[in-house]
Design a protein around this ligand. Structure first.
Ligand SMILES: [Mg+2]
Length: 295
């Protein structure tokens, strides 16, 4: 597997080797090894993801025409994923007065006056983040790859709708917008609930096993994707999830793949998967997934 990855990375880089992160092309630590796309895992989540992957392969046909799993849609987190991380979440928790638990859940359990004060504190930090917002390097090229293959792009954030609009208007105005784009005002439970992701899959007519959830949070983005039965990609731009750092994902927070950049993600999708537009025939493909895996 490792040699295959290196070979694929090398072929992808012909003519432009300097843009590719050494974390993908160099020998990989076990935590960075990909488990999806034909791989297998040893944990419960890994076993389930391997089933998803097998399902995607069944949907792509096993007649020799393709051995790569099919992907028909990609959903992204926004802050720290589509944009460079600028939100100081520790400061946000401090200003909101939430020391433990999910910050949004805790605040929503408070009386109205306290809730209003806490959300105002959060809004202040999010407003500053808007002023500091920068597009994640490589995002434009990744989106061009997805658009050229006809794959829909969606967005799920725990941020507010106005931040999504700011992002689209000021930083992502040369390509089609992310659609659907689901904020915390929408009537879905927040990530790590899989509800919003399952809704998007349904809207697109894509089986969850043929959808990818991409995000920089293992506990929110990866867990929501795994719970939905999607493939999951953890974007770890600063190596904070590496072994020994105290944040190595475990259980249902273990992603199918970990990448260090959008360029790595583009290479991964191009080399390891078959990118196809939705057909809308999700029920038939889900039946094929069940027939192929015994699920
Ligand atoms: Mg994020």
């Amino acid at each position: 597997m490792r040699s295959l990855l290196i070979k694929n990375a090398t072929s992808f880089l012909l003519g432009n080797p300097g843009t590719f992160s050494a974390r993908y092309a160099a020998p990989q630590p076990s935590w960075l090894a990909s488990r999806g796309g034909g791989g297998s895992g040893t944990t419960t989540a890994g076993a389930r993801l391997a089933t998803c992957s097998a399902g995607a392969m069944a949907a792509s046909g096993q007649d020799g025409s393709s051995t790569k799993p099919v992907i028909r849609g990609v959903v992204f987190d926004m802050d720290g994923t589509l944009t460079v991380p600028v939100i100081d979440f520790a400061l946000m928790r401090k200003k909101a007065g939430v020391t433990q638990g999910d910050i949004l859940d805790v605040i929503n359990s408070w009386p109205e006056a306290e809730r209003t004060r806490a959300f105002a504190a959060i809004q202040e930090i999010e407003d500053q983040a808007l002023r500091d917002m920068k597009l994640m390097p490589g995002l434009q090229e990744l989106c061009e790859l997805l658009d050229s293959a006809g794959l829909p792009r969606g967005l799920i954030t725990r941020n507010v709708k106005s931040s999504i609009e700011y992002f689209h208007d000021n930083h992502f105005n040369t390509l089609a917008r992310f659609e659907p784009a689901i904020s915390r005002e929408c009537a879905f439970p927040y990530k790590p609930s899989p509800a919003a992701l399952l809704h998007i899959c349904s809207q697109w007519g894509v089986a969850p096993g043929e959808c990818v959830m991409v995000g920089d949070s293992a506990k929110d983005d990866v867990v929501s994707g795994n719970r939905a039965g999607a493939l999951t990609v953890l974007l770890d731009t600063d190596g904070r999830y590496a072994p020994g750092g105290g944040q190595e994902p475990s259980g249902e927070a273990v992603p199918t793949h970990t990448v260090a950049s959008m360029a790595e993600l583009a290479a991964l999708l191009r080399e390891r998967y078959t990118l196809l537009p939705p057909t809308g025939d999700v029920a038939a493909r889900q039946a094929a997934v069940g027939a192929g895996t015994g699920a």
